[in-house]
Design a protein around this ligand. Structure first.
Ligand code: PA5
Length: 435
């Protein structure tokens, strides 16, 4: 269950906040916006009905159980951020450091290499045993140079360091037909999972891109999908009160018009900092657009910042409360823990003269921060979730993807392309060919 509390937008001055009437004013347009969204033919919500893929992944996970000590995901952007988030949010904070593989439920260690920094590429070699490593190469286009360069590097390593065939060490996730990786898959007979054509990279966490690595480290992907489906119903509700994605999008849009050009996503939960990373890409790449749907230059965009409570109270909060009033702060509050022992973790009475729990200290600091920002007229909203588990994470993914879909329509832009990124990719190829 996720709920949204936006009463602090009403509490801050009219100049910086929003009245209830303002927030609800255009809600009769929800059906029209939903029509526009459907016309875009994007698959990020349709994939929730793809039971076949979930079954295929489960079968594969069963087949390779116990075979590998490490999984290394090679991918970047939307092909990596969802997986990093899934691991961080749903597994132990120090998952890879757990010595006993039993406490990791006999699942392999998972590493995601989403950079081509030679130090990163080289230092992973210090901790993996090639003979016991599975590489999952993820690229929707099948042409991304960062990912392909990594593939060719590790392919050569496997050839010299493992006695097994290449296809025992590689799995691909890519387009059904297009791209160089698909070609290699056919040549090398490598097991390959598909990314549906109409699901963009940053919307792909609930496709094979996120689901395969998640299943291999013991995450219940069925429940992730279930959670996303719950939110999907709200997404298609024509009723303002039910439609959480619309509520968030309309608040972001209206405040953007009032000069709140920056959105901070600040979960008060260590487990969700990578969720904020995932969202940073989704918001930046989807809404940052030069042209509107009619081809007119509008330079739309909301600058995302990811912050972590309470840690960033000692890093960013000064700026949020006294710097330019150009931000909407979106807090995420987690009510409880799946494992009750965390809620009970006590601080000895020497600290406060009475025993309190860390959970209470964290919530109190969150409440105090919210109040301090409200008192200084900084617009903020809070998303409350019961606890972090597969269901709620699925809900959260769909909530923010769907809110981006609404935002795209409100800004009158195409939220699903990334021409600015494409240009840099093309130029890199051109420069490499020249030198
Ligand atoms: O959201 C997007 O489309 C991008 O961030 C891509 O995920 C990123 O550029 C990687 O592309 P690909 O999966 O084709 O390698």
């Amino acid at each position: 269950m996720i709920s949204l509390n936006f009463e602090n937008l009403v509490s801050v001055t009219k100049k910086h906040g929003l009245s209830l009437a303002e927030i609800k004013k255009d809600s009769e347009k929800i059906p029209k916006l939903l029509e526009q969204i459907k016309k875009r033919n994007q698959g990020f919500y349709e994939i929730l009905d793809d039971r076949e893929t979930v079954k295929k992944i489960a079968t594969f996970a069963k087949k390779i159980k116990g075979k590998y000590k490490s999984i290394v995901v090679l991918g970047i952007g939307g092909s990596a951020l969802g997986t990093i988030c899934l691991q961080q949010s749903l597994k132990h904070c120090f998952e890879n450091e757990l010595k006993n593989s039993k406490t990791r439920e006999n699942t392999p260690k998972l590493y995601v290499l989403d950079n081509i920094d030679p130090q990163l590429i080289s230092e992973i070699e210090d901790i993996i045993d090639y003979g016991k490593t599975l590489f999952i190469v993820v690229t929707k286009s099948g042409t991304t140079p960062e990912t392909l360069s990594q593939y060719f590097y590790f392919r050569d390593k496997i050839r010299t360091k493992s006695s097994h065939k290449l296809n025992a060490h590689f799995v691909f996730i890519t387009d059904r037909q297009k791209g160089r990786l698909r070609q290699i898959a056919n040549e090398e007979k490598i097991t390959t999972f598909e990314i549906p054509e109409n699901v963009g990279g940053r919307f792909s966490v609930l496709t094979t891109v996120g689901l395969l690595p998640a299943a291999l480290i013991g995450i219940n992907i069925g429940k992730l999908i279930e959670g996303a489906k719950t939110m999907c119903k709200k997404f298609f509700s024509k009723n303002f009160t039910e439609n959480l994605p619309y509520q968030i999008a309309t608040i972001q849009y209206l405040l953007n018009k009032k000069g709140k050009t920056i959105n901070v996503l600040m979960p008060y939960s260590q487990k969700l900092i990578r969720f904020a990373d995932w969202y940073r890409q989704l918001l930046a790449e989807s809404i940052g657009k030069k042209l509107n749907n009619k081809g007119k230059e509008i330079f739309a965009g909301i600058t995302p910042i990811n912050a972590l409570g309470v840690t960033d109270q000692h890093s960013q909060l000064q700026l949020y409360s006294e710097g330019p009033n150009d931000k909407l702060i979106i807090f995420i509050e987690v009510g409880a823990y799946a494992n009750k022992k965390f809620a009970k973790l006590e601080i000895p009475s020497a600290f406060m003269g009475k025993k309190i729990t860390f959970h209470h200290l964290l919530q109190t600091e969150k409440n105090a921060t919210v109040q301090a920002l409200t008192q200084t007229n900084r617009p903020n909203i809070t998303l409350k979730i019961n606890q972090i588990d597969e269901n709620t994470l699925g809900e959260l993914f769909l909530l923010f993807e769907a809110s981006i879909a609404f935002l795209g329509e409100l800004f009158d832009i195409n939220a699903y392309d990334q021409p600015g990124v494409e240009l840099s990719k093309t130029l890199t190829k051109k420069y490499l060919a020249q030198n």
